[in-house]
Design a binder for this molecule. Structure first.
Ligand code: PSU
Ligand code: MN
Length: 304
């Protein structure tokens, strides 16, 4: 492949993929732009550990020295979590950041694309980008959704955060032919909250049934992702009504400061974490770990 020379796959991951062993891709924007230091790095390491405990090999993805790095070492992780010149790399940023050999943390869209290049089928994150509130005038729709319509990598998330328009995001996913599966309940979850007020199109209760659906989809050449929504554990959720207050305040600040484009999501996350006195951050960490467990189990089933 013409892109092979850009791939830098960690030997352990390369070996696992060659032997049909389960591998789980992890993104790096959440490390560089989604959580403060040192919790970001600590969480990234713990998430990798959880993937291992559940039988799969973790593959954290980022762009470094002009290479698509699949599997990072301690120093690389530390750099991504501390440096302040790390790019937030979605698809449109990839060619420039790679050609200039700049450091880049990858979003869901970019991580999916790189995972697919390496042959990884399962990707775990916290939350995906989606259709922003007010998108009917701003047109702010994350490239994550378009990438999900075409790339064969399943995404495990805790649903869609209510900084986005959940209803419009679900409509967009439907239009793009992307199945939405909620694990273990009928209602689609809203990231910090188990409830969103929106029903999920599908409910599946076991990792093996999810894996069956994925392999069937891709055998049929129904290209694209499946959004696997995994509700946050009950004792760690922040109720929707409580989050709504903070989210509205954060959105107001963003519009006053004219924050838009790629800066919007990280800005909202930071303001919400401040306003909730860190409560949203500990929920965020807990749900990513919860997703890592489910993702690893699905990856294991997919190799059986
Ligand atoms: N949601 C979170 N944390 C994050 C992101 C989303 O709770 O860190 C990141 C992901 O990397 C996602 C990206 O792919 O934000 C979406 O950004 P945008 O809306 O600019 O496409
Ligand atoms: Mn956007």
């Amino acid at each position: 492949m013409s892109y092979s020379k850009y791939l830098n796959i960690h030997p352990e991951i390369k070996k696992a993929l060659a032997n049909n062993k389960p591998v789980v891709a992890l993104e790096s924007t959440i490390i560089a732009h989604g959580m403060p230091y040192p919790l970001n790095i600590q969480t990234a390491k713990e998430v990798e550990e959880i993937v291992r405990k559940n039988g799969a090999i973790p593959a954290t993805i980022a762009i470094l020295d002009g290479k698509l790095c699949i599997g990072l070492n301690k120093e690389q992780l530390e750099m991504l979590g501390t440096a302040d010149d790390v790019w937030k790399v979605s698809l449109r940023d990839m060619p420039y950041v790679i050609s200039k050999k700049l450091p880049g943390a990858t979003t869901v869209a970019a991580t999916m694309r790189i995972a697919a290049m390496a042959g990884i089928k399962i990707f775990v994150t916290g939350g995906i980008g989606g259709v922003h509130r007010g998108a009917e005038t701003t047109m702010d729709i994350s490239a994550d959704l378009i990438e999900m319509s075409q790339t064969n990598v399943a995404v495990v998330s805790a649903g869609v955060k209510s900084i986005l328009d959940i209803g419009l995001t679900l409509e967009f996913l439907e239009t793009q032919g992307i199945p939405v599966v909620t694990y273990g309940q009928h209602e689609f979850p809203a990231f910090y909250s188990r409830r969103s007020g929106y029903p999920s199109a599908l409910r599946i209760d076991s990792p093996s049934d999810i894996a069956d659906m994925l392999s069937t989809k891709w055998q049929l050449n129904l290209n694209g992702s499946v959004l696997i929504a995994n509700p946050i554990p009950e004792h760690l959720e922040v109720p929707l009504q409580k989050m709504e207050v903070y989210i509205n305040e954060a959105l107001k600040e963003a519009s006053q400061l004219k924050i838009d484009g790629k800066r919007l999501t990280p800005f909202l996350l930071k303001i919400i974490a401040e306003k909730t006195g860190g409560e949203s951050l500990s929920s965020n960490i807990a749900l990513v770990k919860n997703n890592a467990e489910l993702g690893a189990k699905i990856a294991v089933e997919l190799t059986l």
